[in-house]
Design a protein around this ligand. Structure first.
Ligand code: ADP
Ligand code: MG
Length: 605
């Protein structure tokens, strides 16, 4: 594709398959019709058998030799050209929509076309039709497509789309034939995955890590789940490699027990150093507490935050901190770098973090990297995970250590008194309640009360009501105090309560239909973290919402991620948490798991 390179780049065509996937949006078909179906466009051999002029209109009768019958045509805007062209006895190939009028065939304003039996593809492109057709003719062939990894049958289907003999091979009742659509989906997935894996860079590791985790595992107060064990095992083999620095993302629902995986990984790094970064001080503190509690006492753990430090990070085996870590000039080199809740870091912070993981070699080798593990609580659809894994390794933790007993209910105004008494019951049992409002201040555009408007109501009826929101400078303190002694927390969705609130058993989400399912799922994940029976009330003015009904039925984050895709058009107004990533033209990321898996297997690594 050398000579056409600048042009192709402009069209965002980087591979032969990119080009092949620009398929015609329609075709002009001049194949002579074999039968007549009123209501459809036809191309017919015809001979003018009568011409009449009437009120400035021209009425032509054509005889159709193939059908031994006649068809009437009316021309409305008549020019001398029409009289000339449709002279008595002249022969034509006419094209237009055939209709039945009082049992007579009609084709108004037919075109007289020059050449029959041609199917010409029409592309949607900034290029001239002729130019894009030339591109296709030049580069696409069964052989060139097979050379790019397509199966012969797939290559044939794509060729049929670009250079059709008959449209029957392509369409069935106006839609793509299932087998054609299937091919487009597979090739789209295959092409995407192939490109991603082309971007994957493999760096040698600084060290092969083989630390023993058995002491750590033995003294845990519980047995690790099968999935935890499995992920730890995979990480073990990642970290054990010197030729390849690990680059893995571990995705697991809130409460799926990722911290244990983090601690096990830190154990494997011993006697070398590892670093763990968390998005907030609360989370860093919590991780530090858990590390101190669960790791053997011989492991030196340090905490680094802005204005607060614990332990000597220069000496520590395991350094836990917030982004304050990024500004420590004397931060020791670590052979393992981890990020918790990576979805909550901005791009710049992620890049800075990666720079901690890259070692500038002592003797000019810039190649080596620390092993790098990212943990995320934003479930992505399995299809997305499979695709991403072409670029970096992905592990999923799909189950929580204990079955969460959460009842989800969609409620409206009429349920409010019942809700109030339920809230009182929970508080009476020393449980906590979280009420999430769509907005901080009153708004004209949203038909729900804001945090500011409702605050008074709760404060006048309950004790120990805490209030915070995303822009609140003191939110971490408020959350800490609430965790200790609060009954009710009023907050907005932007407050990411990453810390665990073990006594939280009831959450009310006001205006739930305005939120994406991924966000609702994150919010619902706050309750019942330690297995206490819990409730999630979705308060809405639209109680017959299909999305909310579907959401009610499952608590599995990966299923919800797929549902979220399915309901995408339902309007995820406030949702910024889903990494929807690439938009696909034919692939349905919610449904086409099999296809993505198939495409994945075919990309040779
Ligand atoms: P995540 O970080 O994935 O949201 P955590 O690591 O905070 O989840 O774990 C949630 C809770 O489950 C914690 O209280 C943790 O101690 C507990 N936990 C983790 N693994 C297990 C297990 N295998 N069995 C029982 N409880 C576990
Ligand atoms: Mg966690």
């Amino acid at each position: 594709m050398e000579e056409a390179k600048p042009l192709l780049k402009k069209l965002k065509i980087y591979s032969l398959l990119d080009l092949a996937l620009i398929v015609p949006v329609s075709y002009s078909d001049t194949t002579i019709s074999k039968e007549i179906n009123p209501g459809k466009i036809h191309t017919l051999d015809a001979r003018v058998s009568a011409v009449k002029s009437h009120n400035g209109k021209l009425m032509v009768t054509f005889f159709l030799p193939n059908f031994n019958q006649s068809i009437q045509s009316m021309f409305f805007r008549v020019t001398p050209y029409h009289y000339q062209t449709f002279a008595m006895g002249s022969e034509h190939i006419i094209q237009g929509k055939v209709e039945l009028f009082r049992n007579n065939l009609q084709m108004n304003q037919p075109k007289s076309i020059r050449e029959a039996g041609k199917i010409t593809p029409k592309y949607k492109s900034v290029l001239k039709q002729e130019d894009i057709r030339t591109l296709m003719r030049t580069y696409l062939s069964e052989k060139s497509l097979i050379d790019k990894g397509l199966l012969p049958q797939e290559a044939k289907s794509l060729m049929a789309l670009h250079f059709p003999d008959t449209l029957d091979r392509i369409y069935l009742e106006g839609n793509y034939r299932p087998e054609i659509l299937q091919v487009l989906k597979i090739i789209e997935a295959f092409n995407h995955i192939q490109k991603l894996s082309g971007k994957k860079i493999i760096h040698p590791a600084v060290e092969a890590l083989k630390g023993d985790i058995s002491d750590f595992v033995k003294q845990l107060p519980f047995e690790l789940t099968d999935e935890q064990k499995q992920v730890i095992k995979v990480i073990g083999s990642d970290l054990g490699s010197r030729s390849k620095a690990a680059k893995r993302m571990i995705v697991g629902d809130v409460g799926s027990g990722k911290t244990m995986v983090i601690l096990a990984s830190a154990m494997m790094a011993i006697p070398h150093k590892s670093i763990l970064m968390a998005p907030t001080s609360l989370l860093a503190i919590q991780l530090h507490e858990e590390a101190v509690k669960h790791l053997p006492k011989t492991v030196k753990v340090a905490l680094v935050m802005q204005g607060k430090e614990e332990g000597d990070y220069l000496e520590a085996d395991f350094i836990i901190g917030t982004h304050a870590l990024l500004y420590k000039e004397d931060l020791p080199r670590a052979v393992l770098v981890m990020v918790d809740e990576q979805h909550r870091f901005g791009t710049t912070q992620r890049q800075m973090l990666e720079s901690i993981a890259s070692w500038e070699g002592e003797n000019g080798d810039h190649e080596k990297r620390a092993h790098f593990l990212q943990f995320s609580a934003t479930p992505i659809p399995r299809t997305q995970a499979m695709m991403n894994s072409a670029l970096l390794d992905v592990s999923l933790i799909t189950k929580t250590p204990f079955e969460k007993k959460i009842t989800t209910e969609v409620i409206g105004k009429s349920h409010f008194p019942a809700l109030l008494s339920h809230i009182k019951e929970e508080i009476a049992q020393n449980h906590q309640v979280l009420i999430v409002y769509p907005l901080v201040e009153e708004s004209e555009t949203i038909d729900y009360q804001s945090l500011a408007e409702s605050r008074g109501f709760w404060e006048s009826r309950f004790d120990n009501v805490y209030v915070t929101h995303g822009k609140d400078k003191h939110k971490e303190e408020v959350l800490m105090d609430f965790r200790k002694q609060g009954d009710i927390l009023l907050a907005t969705t932007v407050v990411e309560v990453g810390i665990s609130l073990p006594r939280l058993t009831l959450i009310v989400i006001v205006g739930a239909e305005r939120l994406g399912l991924a966000t609702l799922h994150q919010l619902r994940g706050r309750v019942g973290r330690l297995g206490l029976e819990s409730w999630c009330y979705l308060f809405t003015r639209n109680e017959t919402n299909k999305r909310l009904e579907a959401f009610k039925k499952t608590t599995n984050g990966f299923d919800i991620a797929s549902l979220d895709l399915k309901f995408r058009d339902g309007g995820d107004i406030l949702d910024g948490t889903m990494q929807s990533g690439q938009k696909f033209k034919w692939l349905d990321m919610g449904e086409d798991e099999e296809i993505v898996a198939m495409a994945k297997r075919r990309v040779k690594n």
